[in-house]
Write a protein that binds this ligand. Sequence first.
Ligand SMILES: Nc1ncnc2c1ncn2[C@@H]1O[C@H](COP(=O)(O)OP(=O)(O)OP(=O)(O)O)[C@@H](O)[C@H]1O
Ligand SMILES: [Mg+2]
Length: 265
Amino acid sequence: MSTQPPPISDLPVLKLLNVESAYGPIKAIRGVSLQVRRSEIATVLGSNGAGKTTILKTISGIIDPRKGSIEFKGEDITAKDPAVIVQQGLSHVPEGREVFPLLSVHDNLLMGAYTRSDRDGVAREMENVFSYFPILKERASQNAGLLSGGQQQMLAISRALMANPDLILLDEPSLGLSPKLTKEIFEIVVRINRERGTTILLVEQNANMALNASDYGYVLENGRIVMEDTCAHLREKDDIKEFYLGMKEDGVRGERRWKKKKTWR
Ligand SMILES: Nc1ncnc2c1ncn2[C@@H]1O[C@H](COP(=O)(O)OP(=O)(O)OP(=O)(O)O)[C@@H](O)[C@H]1O
Ligand SMILES: [Mg+2]
């Protein structure tokens, strides 16, 4: 199989413009504008409660935004029904996996293909998915609830792939996983992007992993985008290193700089 990545097109496959979403009186995201280009991996970094999950839920139609617009493949999908959005080629891997614990691995995968009527295509898709995650083939007849956390994450990603999406929204795949498993899963996510050309929007607290895997990144704080750049550039910025990568520098006299300084506010 070719490892040559498909070219990243300049055309945005996903475009958010001034999106605001709230839970009752609590505004979770405000004025969020971002773009994801076809065939790239884009990431939104942010700490606990920054609004990452809210962005993804608003894109996939689970939450209706109060303001702003969302365009997918040139069509307005703002506040559309989630099932319609899946049918248009956008799949969401939710935070915490949300596999169906009492269904077999095989049946969980079929649930991911519920929008498809081409049975042969679905069977081929399942074999393709198993090529990324062979353990799922071994466990195909077992209940998903019996899988480990890492295997459930693999299943959740695979279930999204079963719809053969153009874009996958991936919510914190590293959650609760060991560094080794997280690394394995990220490597496969990158392979899926390179080999299938699937565009990916990843949200993560694990900035290190996300910046290494992604092409372009946004930094979200308190519901607002405060910085964006290529991941190569973001990795080199001092405040990103300090706040998100946990690499504090020693001061001039070898003392730790305790006061955190940010350049974006
Ligand atoms: N169902 C809800 N009802 C009320 N407030 C909510 C609800 N879900 C999220 N919030 C609030 O909205 C804000 C953004 O939450 P969100 O879950 O999007 O953050 P996140 O970046 O995904 O955080 P985490 O990294 O912990 O998953 C937080 O202040 C959170 O407390
Ligand atoms: Mg979240």
